[in-house]
Write a protein that binds this ligand. Structure first.
Ligand SMILES: Nc1ncnc2c1ncn2[C@@H]1O[C@H](COP(=O)(O)OP(=O)(O)O)[C@@H](O)[C@H]1O
Ligand SMILES: [Mg+2]
Length: 350
């Protein structure tokens, strides 16, 4: 049987480009080469697509991450249809996990691994996702949303009235803590809002928990058939687990599974499944929670549609702990993507 050609799409325009390169490196190392050959396609920071290497076995050289030397490899994005059978967008952040690349692949009529347009778009926007989680009654910290980039006196008054400091100010559509600040007093609020507004006109301001435990679960499956692995805990995250800490701090440790009583772990998995279904989850996602140390209260923080997939990332570790190797995880992502593609084609044909 001829091998299936898997396109691994990585890099991208977002600030999380470097993480994408690390995640894609792990994917390319772990793929089942008895079943797949891998065509890499790199998206440079300006959004241009470049044809990378074609691998039939685990590569020993690092993946392309500087497109400038390879100007002759620039391709039209639509050429993906000729380069492979199925795509795994290993992209994080805006234009990678917000539904745009997913929509493009649907227009190209290509099956792809990972979340579909709706779940990617809904979970990328922290405000939309919070409103959905509120609808289905999943506990979250109190929050106030700004939807038009306007930092009015009325909004500031509303924040001061509804929330207790410290608060976190977050652009709705970023990721990896870009543009996020922790605000300890009302005096610092305006500058934090102004900073967040540079990144997005939609902003979430939420009540801050004091040094909460941070636990994360791995969702795998299409829709109601989802299974949840974990939770695992991100330990030593300090008070504010920011972009550099997430990827560069050696002190950060990952505990899989998290040391929690089984009923607490089960409650977290149940919330994760509920939240994933509510955002029309498909393929995979990581659902992240806080546990308040003083009270033990559980709060859903966010869903990451395409979570970090490096050799040290929570998602692959959670599923390895459940007995699924990284190789098997990738094969499963592809199978789930193909199943969803077949279903969509059936619906479109009617
Ligand atoms: N309400 C909160 N209370 C306490 N810590 C928070 C809160 N919101 C965010 N944080 C801290 O900031 C980090 C990044 O926030 P998060 O909403 O997860 O954004 P990102 O999309 O960048 O991952 C969290 O992992 C946590 O360490
Ligand atoms: Mg997060």
């Amino acid at each position: 049987m001829a091998k299936e050609k898997l396109i691994v799409l990585y890099g991208g325009r977002s600030a999380e480009r470097e993480v994408s390169v690390m995640s894609a490196t792990n994917v390319v190392k772990s793929v089942d080469y008895a079943r797949f050959s891998v065509q890499t396609v790199f998206i440079a920071s300006d959004g241009d697509f470049y044809r990378g290497e074609l691998f039939d076995a685990v590569p020993d050289a690092p993946l392309l991450d500087n497109a400038s030397a390879l100007a002759n490899r620039k391709i039209s994005p639509a050429l993906l249809t000729e380069l492979g059978d199925v795509v795994f967008p290993v992209l994080h952040g805006p234009q990678g996990e917000d539904g745009s690349i997913q929509g493009f692949l649907e227009i190209l009529k290509m099956p792809y691994a990972g979340p579909g347009i709706l779940s990617a778009a809904a979970t990328m926007d922290k405000l939309v996702s919070k409103e959905i989680f509120a609808q289905i009654g999943i506990p979250q910290v109190p929050y106030v949303g700004i939807t038009d980039g306007v930092i009015s006196d009325e909004k500031i008054a509303e924040i001061n009235e509804k929330l207790t400091y410290p608060v976190f100010v977050k652009p709705a559509n970023m990721g990896s803590s870009v543009g996020i600040s922790k605000v300890n007093t009302a005096q610092e609020l305006l500058s934090a809002l102004t900073e967040a507004a540079k990144f997005d006109s939609r902003i979430v301001v939420e009540e801050g928990l004091i040094n909460p435990r941070e636990v994360e679960t791995g969702a795998l499956g299409n829709g109601d058939a989802v299974e949840i692995a974990g939770p695992g805990e991100v330990a030593n995250s300090g008070n504010f687990y920011d972009y550099d800490e997430k990827y560069k701090n050696d002190a950060l440790t990952i505990d899989v599974p998290a040391h929690l009583p089984e009923d607490v772990a089960a409650a977290i998995r149940a919330y994760a499944a509920q939240a994933y279904k509510a955002v029309a989850g498909t393929g995979l996602s990581r659902c992240d929670f806080f546990i308040e140390r003083a009270t033990g209260a559980i709060y859903l923080n966010e869903i990451n549609a395409i979570p970090g997939f490096t050799a040290f990332s929570m998602y692959p570790l959670l599923w390895e702990n459940r007995g699924l190797t990284v190789r098997e995880q990738i094969t499963r992502f592809v199978e789930l993507g193909k199943a969803r593609f077949a279903e969509r084609e059936r619906h479109l044909a009617n």
